[in-house]
Design a protein around this ligand. Structure first.
Ligand code: BGC
Length: 378
């Protein structure tokens, strides 16, 4: 080998070492340590809207903005570490401001419907906005999905997250009492997204908070969710009338298209359900403890999502009102059934249903509930 060949070989070896060290370094940083970033996302009436990005040691990444407490992105790894964004959403704050389907948001003060927006508590009558036909839906015209929350981030060896706080004033959207709310989103190294809700009040009120992500385990914008296999641990559901208000009955699911006590594909019986699924299930084993309440699998990506909660109900909604008029992330158009929601909450219209588990919060009491969305592969 002449001197020139030795020099070239030397340079090639050096380049090889540099490239590989840099490659490993990047991989090491991104896959072995929990991390969190905070970036400005936009501005709303002079109040900064921030986006928090949490990444765990497996690369699972969640992006949350403090407008509406919205989960804008949820990248979940498969066995090879390939990431798929499994939630519907938008690319800009303006689109979230114009939004109607509550993509990824925290919903409150009362998630789901209250008949005619009316209820009475301790002999006082309250009138809330009728923002969904004759009924009140998801906290009203400017619910918790449309406000800027205060936000503080935190990081620990095995988890990172954001604590969102918001004081909903006495009379806001017609609800009584100043409600001091705190929602903590946590990403863990076990590929879980945990949501802990807390609230206290200075007057008797009603509270029912939930989270409204539309999931698609094939990836957002990758078509419908009808072949996803779903199991819901519920022997009963809450039948509703034409305006989606409960009749008061809690009906057995067995021998009907509502039965997901064993896994079924979402689409297998959807034609039998007028308009598609948009029902609250009465979750088995409600005693205040966390338990597995739903499991969804995509046969395409083999991705599995498990839902755990301490709450009595879950709204299973198949994106029936998505009609192709919304353009989501990366220019994807969202059509009917392109996402599904599993919103853990109390049953709809509970303030008017004496037979349902109560949602009244009084001064001195604390509203405290948790839900976990956990991701794995099959
Ligand atoms: C409700 C649907 C409603 C949707 C709004 C769901 O939680 O169950 O009836 O249309 O939210 O996007």
């Amino acid at each position: 080998m002449n001197k020139k060949s030795v020099q070239i070989l030397g340079l090639m070896t050096l380049a090889f070492l540099l490239i590989n060290c840099a490659g490993n370094q990047t991989k090491k940083d991104s896959v072995e340590k929990m991390n969190i970033k905070k970036q400005i996302y936009g501005d709303l009436n002079g109040k900064g809207v921030y986006q928090f990005t949490m990444t765990n040691q497996h690369g699972m990444t969640v992006k949350i903005i403090n407008y509406g407490g919205i989960v804008t992105h949820l990248f979940v790894p498969d066995d090879e570490g390939e990431l798929t964004d499994v939630v519907l959403g938008y690319d800009s704050l303006q689109q979230y401001l114009d939004d109607t389907p509550y993509f990824g948001a925290i919903v409150g003060r009362y998630g789901n419907r209250i008949a005619k927006g009316k209820f009475s508590l301790d002999g006082n009558e309250y009138q809330l906005a009728a923002n969904n036909g004759p009924n009140h839906l998801h906290g009203g015209i400017r619910g918790f999905d449309k406000v800027v929350w205060d936000a503080d981030d935190f990081i620990r060896p095995d988890e990172a997250g954001v604590i969102l706080t918001y004081i909903s004033k006495d009379g806001e959207e017609g609800y009584p009492g100043n409600l001091d709310c705190r929602v903590t989103y946590t990403l863990t190294n076990d590929n879980e997204l945990k949501i802990a809700y807390e609230a206290i009040t200075d007057k008797p009120t009603v509270v029912n908070l939930t989270h409204h992500s539309y999931f698609n385990l094939k990836g957002q914008g990758e078509g419908d969710i009808l072949n996803h296999q779903l199991q819901i641990m519920a022997n009963r559901y809450v039948p509703v009338d034409q305006s989606l208000i409960p009749t008061g009955e809690l009906r057995e699911v067995k021998q009907s298209a509502m039965d997901f006590t064993t896994p079924h594909s979402i689409g297998s019986r959807i034609e039998k359900v007028e308009g598609g699924y948009d029902h609250t299930y009465v979750l088995n084993g409600y005693n205040g403890n966390m338990r597995l309440v739903a499991r969804v699998t995509s046969p395409d990506t083999k991705m599995v999502m498990e839902v755990y909660t301490d709450l009595p109900g879950i709204q299973f909604y198949t994106g029936n009102f998505l009609d192709g008029s919304l353009t989501g992330k990366a220019g994807k158009i969202y059509h009917k059934h392109n996402g599904f929601c599993l919103e853990t909450h109390h049953y709809p219209d509970t303030p008017n249903q004496p037979g349902f588990p109560p949602v009244v919060l009084r001064p001195g009491e604390k509203y405290e509930t948790s839900t976990v969305y956990k991701f794995l592969t099959e």
